[in-house]
Design a protein around this ligand. Sequence first.
Ligand code: ATP
Length: 241
Amino acid sequence: MLLSIENLYVKYGNIEALHGLSFHVNEGEIVTLIGANGAGKSTTQKSIMRLPPPEAPKVSGGDILFKGKSLLNVEPHDVVSKLHIALVPEGRHIFGNLSVMENLMLATYARKNDPAISRDLERIFDLFPRLAERRTQRSDTLSGGEQQMLAVGRALMTSCEVLLLDEPSMGLAPLLMYEMFRTLKELNREGLTIIVVEQNARLALQVASRGYVLDTGEIVAQGPSDSLLNDPEVKKAYLGG
Ligand code: ATP
């Protein structure tokens, strides 16, 4: 087991957002977290990244184990640079006044002179040829879809082994949405472990091997994607009937 969330309780101030959440992710899997707005999906990802409050809440119980060791005392920058976990946040958060290339290279600051940086850059330009074409362009002039590609590319430039994505399909036209998920599947085939939070539950379950359904800070259903896709309760509540 690569990552194990064990009976996790977290709070924003006095408000508890996760109430004893447990789930796990094996190496090489795509796992999706689905659920309504406010269910705690983003909070879960931010807790894994160890983002400090107010971005992420305080853990008040339970543990997050990565390769068997607690993450709770790991600094956020070490989560990225030493444990090789990266997050593509909701809303992308790219630097609009910097070029595509500058955004990508910023993510490599902790890798110093790693000779693999240029190989990774080429791979990202392979995956997203639009970024290669626009490498010198200011990022705020990119379309929404291109900005999402850049956000994913930037996370990959940290040389991550585990990629967390928060709503990667948000604001994308259907074609680009499918394209994005196809790319995630390809990255997964190359060995990347992926934990994806997604409003489009059907799409997420189509690429993930397993899913967890969150409701107000708790897991209310879980299983292989196929069984969740065919579960009458899940269908009714999250898949549009
Ligand atoms: P969404 O799809 O809307 O992002 P979500 O499932 O990701 O939903 P979270 O954003 O994790 O849900 O929110 C879980 C709960 O924590 C909600 O009740 C939300 O109001 C609360 N919450 C989230 N961020 C904060 C914050 N910075 N301060 C206080 N409460 C927060």
